[in-house]
Design a protein around this ligand. Structure first.
Ligand code: PMP
Length: 393
């Protein structure tokens, strides 16, 4: 039944429609594979974060099913009351071991992991220093802290150093960066950030959402990729992308884990992961160890698609990872390219303001280990045809 009261929202939505910026959700009618079914049509999936194809890896499905049989569908409580199962703690120990950190704590999502850590460990006597292109969950986490805030120019070490120099009077300085930036696919210059933080006695936090399972030995992330184990104080990761399931984690010291258990509001006040989620995440870590060829295939596919797009004349920016944006500038045009690609059998989402800056709209592609070269070649043909039709190349 239609209710009155939200006409002001309807007006804004109407404006978005006029500018070609109104989006509807795209329901997938199949499992999350290299190909998916959308509107009854099988199309190539180039938008998912399922980097290694683990969402429906047979071992993952089996682990999830077995745990449902044994422990049921849900946990019935937040972790701090009655919702910690032994499997949660066993998984956290396994994850800490994998990440070479003293401890980890798993939260409902990467988003809430960032909120929990950033909102809790700093006070008004501290300062947080953040890359201007950090993920929205970092920005929102920072909004929740009482600490002072400084933003440095994207991956600009002079700008970071200037912010650190101005921050000497605070009790603690926390520098925060994405490990891999989600819209451009570039890797943070972590060795330089670590050096600066050591020089100015600052703590470092890396959000490794797009590097977990992708970069570093067996997908241990950006810190491992740069051989910086033991020099980065906090790693936040997600279990929702390459790991293929759902969740976020904070990998750090035992003190940080204990502190978040007491003070991290998303941890304290939101119900724990169902057994199937934890069992599948745990299996994923074993798969990362047992099947390193998945990561090799991912990087091989990433190079193939990136080289192909660049050879066709598309602007792919500064990407160094399996995230390859095709930058078109105008938001409506990005959505037009995305729609056209879909009608040619390729699902690659358009991304516009406010997710990226105005004038930097793009179609973002993400390959996975499960794509074949033939499929990627098909995608390149579709990009060529649609790009030419829209005058982008
Ligand atoms: N950080 C970054 C850099 C991300 O890209 C994302 C996912 N969009 C998140 C955090 C949030 O992770 P999750 O989807 O697990 O909440």
């Amino acid at each position: 039944m239609k209710m009155k009261g939200f006409e002001y929202l309807e007006e804004e939505l109407q404006e978005m429609k006029e500018y070609g910026l109104f989006r509807t959700l795209v329901p997938i009618e199949s499992d999350q594979g290299a190909k998916v079914v959308i509107n009854g049509q099988e199309v190539l999936q180039l938008s998912s974060n399922n980097y290694l194809g683990l969402t429906n890896h047979p071992r993952m499905k089996e682990a999830a099913l077995k745990s449902v049989e044994k422990y049921g569908a849900g946990t019935g409580s937040v972790r701090t009351i009655a919702g910690t199962f032994s499997m949660h703690e066993e998984f956290e120990k396994k994850l800490a071991n994998f990440k070479h950190t003293e401890a980890t704590l798993v939260l409902q999502s990467g988003f809430t992991a960032n909120q929990a850590i950033l909102s809790s460990i700093l006070t008004k006597d501290d300062v947080v220093i953040s890359d201007e292109l950090n993920h929205a969950s970092i920005i929102d986490g920072i909004r929740l802290t009482k600490a002072a805030r400084k933003i440095y120019k994207h991956v600009d070490m002079d700008s970071l150093e200037a912010a650190l120099k101005e921050s000497g009077d605070y009790r603690k300085r926390l520098v925060v960066t994405d490990g891999v930036f989600s819209m451009d696919g570039n890797i943070a210059p972590l060795p330089a950030i670590v050096e600066l933080c050591e020089k100015y006695d600052a703590l470092i936090m890396v959000d490794d959402a797009h590097a977990s399972g992708v970069l570093g030995r067996n997908g241990r992330g950006t810190v491992d990729h740069f051989d910086l184990n033991g020099r980065v104080h906090i790693q936040v990761g997600t279990l929702s992308k390459a790991i293929g399931v759902l969740g976020g984690y904070i990998a750090s010291t035992q003190a940080v884990r204990d502190y978040i258990i007491h003070k991290g509001r998303p941890f304290l006040f939101s119900t724990s992961h169902p057994p199937a989620v934890t069992a599948a995440c745990s299996e994923a870590i074993d798969i990362l160890i047992d099947e390193p060829e998945l990561i090799e295939r991912l990087w091989d596919n990433a190079k193939f698609l990136k080289d192909g797009l660049r050879a066709l004349g598309f602007e792919t920016g500064i990407s160094e990872t399996p995230i390859t944006p095709v930058i078109v500038g105008d938001g409506a045009k990005a959505h037009e390219l995305s729609d056209k690609l879909l009608s040619h059998g390729v699902f690659a989402q358009g991304i516009a303001f406010p997710t990226v800056a105005k004038g930097a709209a793009r179609v973002r592609t993400i390959v996975t280990a499960t794509h074949t070269k033939e499929q990627l070649q098909e995608a390149l043909h579709a990009f060529e045809k649609c790009g030419k039709e829209l005058g982008i190349i």
